[in-house]
Design a binder for this molecule. Structure first.
Ligand code: F6R
Length: 608
C-alpha cells in the first residue's frame, strides 16, 4: 500500500521522483522520501507527512542544486510496521544498501534476531531489516545478495535498491506487490503502478515475480534468479499520456466523477456488436455463462457494491443462484465452489490482496474466474481465466467513482449476455436491454449538468454527525455505495438501511433533525418506500429525496428533492450513483478536507 519509484536518466532526477510521488501518493500518504545518488553515495531526504512537505525540504537542499541528472529512488508510505515518523519513512540505508519497499515482511523479527541485525537498525520497520539483510549478503554481487535475501523473506515485497558501488543502476525484485517498468527517451523508470509512467510513455512491462530487474539509463535488463536474461514482455496502456493529471479540477475526485459519461461509453461501446453484447475480442466464450450453475462475486468496498447491483439484476432477470462475498471473508467461510461455479472478481486496481487471494482459492477448487478490472497487467488479471477491462482510465482519487460505474457497465453487459445465452432474453429483448444501457452515459451527463443543485443539497448535511440513507431493492444497493462514499470522504457517520428494516431497530436512532437521504427510483416499491419515508419524517428526520423524475409527481409532501433523469428502473443505478458521488464530494470539499486523500486510507490495499 505504498508507492515506489525508481528513475535513472537525463532528466532532473529530483523532479522526476517528486512528480512521480505526487502521482503515486494515493497509494499511501503518511510519509515520503527520496534517495538520489551523489559523489559520496546516495543522498537521502525523508520525512513524516505528505510529498508536498518533502518537496519543501528538497527545494532548500544544496545537494539538489548541484545534482540534476542521475539516478534515484523514492517512496510514499502507508504505515504497517512502525508508526508515522521520519525514521520509519523510506528510503532505508544500511551499509552499501539503500532501499525502498512496498509490502509486508512477516518474519522480519526472526530475521533481525537470527542475523543479529538489531544494532544496525534505526527504525521500527520490517523494510529496514531487508536493507540490513541485503547488506549482510552483499559482497559486490547485487544479484547474489538479492537472491539470498529473497530466499529468506516471508511475505509480500516490491524492493527497489541502490548499491553504493553500482552508480547509475537501480535493482528491483518482487513477490505479489506490483512493479511496472519502462525505458523511453527520458531514461529508464520503474514504479508500483502505471500512473507514474504514463507521463512519459504508455509502453511498459510488468516485472515478473522473483526476477531481478536492472534499470540503466538507456536500457532495462531482466533476469531470473538463476541469472538467465529474460526478454521483458512490453504491453501498451491505452491511457493517454496526460490522463493522470487534474485537468484544472481542484480534486481528482471531481475530475473522475465528471469523466464518467465518456468512461461508461468507452466501456460499453467496444463490447456491442449488432446491438448485442459481444466479448469475442476478449476471448470470453459463451459457454462460461451457459455451463455455470451458480455465480459468486468476490470483491471489496465499492467494487463489492457494484456486485450487489449485479446480484439484484441476476436474481430478478435470470432467477439464478448468486452470492456476493466480501473477498476478505470469502476463504474463511467455506464457500460452495466447484467447476459449475462462475466466480466474478471485481477490482479497480487488480491488486487488492483479499480479492487476489479469493481468486486463487476459487480456481484451486475448480471454479472458473472472470475478472472485471481497470488496470491491465495487474496481479488479478494474471490469475484469472478471463478478464473484462473497464475503460475508466487512471483513477487517482482514493474514493472510487468512475471505476464503480464502469464496473456496473460491464456487469450489465454480462447480465445481458447471460440472459441471452441462457434463453431468458430473446435477441430483441437483449437488444432492447443494451439500447437502454447505451443511454446511461447521457443520463449521467444530465445529473452532472445539474450538479449545482446537488451542491445546494450538500449544505444541508454539512454539520451532520450521523446520517442515514434509506431505500428498497436496487435503491438499497445504490445507497450502500452512496453511504460508503460519504463516510470515507466527509467523515460523517453514515449508514444505509433497507427501508423495511428500519422498524426492526435502526428507527430508534432517528431523532429531531436527523438527516435521512432517501432514494426512490423503483416504481414497484415506491408506495412502500414513501410510507417508510413518512415514518422517519414523523419522528423528526430531515429528509433529502433523490427521486426518479417520472415518479416525483405522485409525491404529495414537500421534501428537499433532486430529480433523477428517467431511465428504466433497472438502469436508474447509474444516474443515482453519480448524484450520490457528487453529494459526498461537495460535503467533503465544503468542509475543507483533502478530498482525494481521506485519512487512514490508501488507494491500493495490498495488506490483508
Ligand atoms: C472506496 C474504495 C474502496 C475500494 C476497495 C477495493 O471508495 O475505493 O472501497 O473499492 O478498496 O479496491 P479495488 O477495486 O482496487 O479492488
Amino acid at each position: 500500500m505504498c508507492g515506489i519509484i525508481g528513475y535513472t536518466g537525463e532528466e532532473n532526477v529530483k523532479d522526476v521522483l517528486l512528480d512521480s510521488l505526487d502521482l503515486l501518493e494515493y497509494r499511501g500518504y503518511d510519509s515520503a522520501g527520496i534517495a538520489v545518488e551523489g559523489h559520496e553515495g546516495p543522498h537521502v531526504i525523508k520525512c513524516a507527512g505528505r510529498v508536498s512537505d518533502l518537496r519543501v525540504i528538497c527545494e532548500s537542499e544544496k545537494f539538489f542544486t548541484e545534482q540534476a541528472e542521475g539516478c534515484g529512488i523514492g517512496h510514499t508510505r502507508w504505515a504497517t510496521h512502525g508508526g508515522v515518523s521520519d525514521a520509519n519513512a523510506h528510503p532505508h540505508c544500511v551499509g552499501e544498501v539503500t532501499l525502498v519497499h512496498n509490502g509486508i515482511i512477516e518474519n522480519f523479527r526472526e530475521l533481525a534476531a537470527h542475523y543479529d541485525l538489531g544494532e544496525q537498525l534505526k527504525s521500527e520497520t520490517d523494510s529496514e531489516v531487508v536493507a540490513a539483510l541485503l547488506n549482510h549478503y552483499y559482497d559486490g554481487n547485487p544479484h547474489d545478495a538479492i537472491k539470498k535475501t529473497v530466499s529468506k523473506l516471508k511475505g509480500t515485497f516490491a524492493l527497489v535498491v541502490l548499491f553504493a558501488d553500482r552508480p547509475g543502476v537501480i535493482y528491483s525484485t518482487r513477490n505479489v506487490s506490483p512493479v511496472v517498468a519502462t525505458v523511453c527517451e527520458e531514461g529508464a523508470m520503474l514504479a508500483s503502478d502505471l500512473t507514474a509512467l504514463c507521463r512519459f510513455t504508455n509502453r511498459y512491462f510488468v516485472v515478473p515475480e522473483y526476477h531481478i530487474l536492472e534499470l540503466h539509463r538507456d536500457r532495462v535488463m531482466l533476469f531470473d534468479l538463476e541469472g538467465n536474461e529474460k526478454k521483458p514482455e512490453f504491453l501498451s496502456a491505452d491511457w493517454e499520456l496526460n490522463s493522470a493529471g487534474k485537468n484544472g479540477y481542484p480534486f481528482y475526485m471531481e475530475k473522475e466523477i465528471m469523466e464518467q459519461p465518456k468512461a461508461i461509453e468507452r466501456t460499453i461501446e467496444c463490447r456491442v456488436a449488432g446491438g448485442m453484447p459481444d466479448f469475442t475480442r476478449e476471448g470470453v466464450p459463451d459457454s462460461l455463462f451457459t455451463d455455470c450453475e451458480r455465480v459468486t462475486i468476490v470483491a471489496c468496498g465499492t467494487a463489492m457494491h457494484s456486485g450487489l447491483v449485479a446480484q439484484a439484476l441476476v436474481k430478478s432477470i435470470l432467477h439464478m443462484h448468486i452470492d456476493v462475498e466480501m473477498a476478505s471473508e470469502f476463504m474463511y467461510s467455506d464457500p460452495v465452489l466447484d467447476e459449475k461455479t462462475l466466480v466474478i472478481a471485481i477490482s479497480q486496481s487488480g491488486e487488492t490482496i483479499d480479492t487476489l487471494e479469493a481468486v486463487k482459492y476459487a480456481r484451486l477448487r475448480g471454479a472458473k474466474c472472470l475478472s472485471i478490472l481497470n488496470v491491465k497487467g495487474s496481479s488479478i488479471a494474471r490469475e484469472s481465466d478471463y478478464v473484462l477491462f473497464t475503460n475508466a482510465g487512471p483513477e487517482i482519487a482514493v474514493a472510487s467513482t468512475k471505476a464503480y460505474t464502469t464496473q456496473l457497465a460491464v456487469l450489465y453487459l454480462i447480465v445481458a449476455k447471460m440472459a441471452h445465452c441462457r434463453d431468458v432474453f430473446t435477441t430483441e429483448e437483449t437488444q432492447s436491454f443494451i439500447r437502454e444501457l447505451q443511454r446511461t452515459p447521457e443520463a449521467v451527463e444530465k445529473v452532472l449538468a445539474e450538479r449545482r443543485d446537488i451542491h445546494l443539497l450538500a449544505n444541508n448535511v454539512l454539520d451532520a454527525k450521523d446520517l442515514f440513507m434509506i431505500g428498497r431493492g436496487l435503491d438499497y444497493s445504490i445507497l450502500q455505495e452512496g453511504s460508503l462514499k460519504l463516510k470515507e470522504v466527509s467523515y460523517i457517520h453514515s449508514e444505509a438501511y433497507a427501508s423495511g428494516e428500519l422498524k426492526h431497530g435502526p428507527i430508534a436512532l432517528i431523532t429531531q433533525n436527523t438527516p435521512v437521504i432517501a432514494s426512490v427510483t423503483q416504481e414497484k416499491l415506491m408506495s412502500k418506500e414513501m410510507s417508510n419515508i413518512r415514518e422517519v419524517r414523523a419522528r423528526g428526520a430531515d429528509i433529502v429525496l433523490f427521486i426518479k423524475k417520472s415518479l416525483a409527481g405522485s409525491v404529495n409532501e414537500d421534501y428537499r428533492t433532486f430529480l433523477l433523469p428517467d431511465m428504466q428502473d433497472a438502469f436508474m443505478v447509474m444516474p443515482a450513483s453519480a448524484a450520490l458521488q457528487l453529494l459526498a464530494y461537495y460535503v467533503s470539499s465544503d468542509k475543507g478536507f483533502d478530498v482525494d486523500k481521506p485519512r487512514n486510507l490508501a488507494k491500493v490495499v495490498t495488506v490483508e
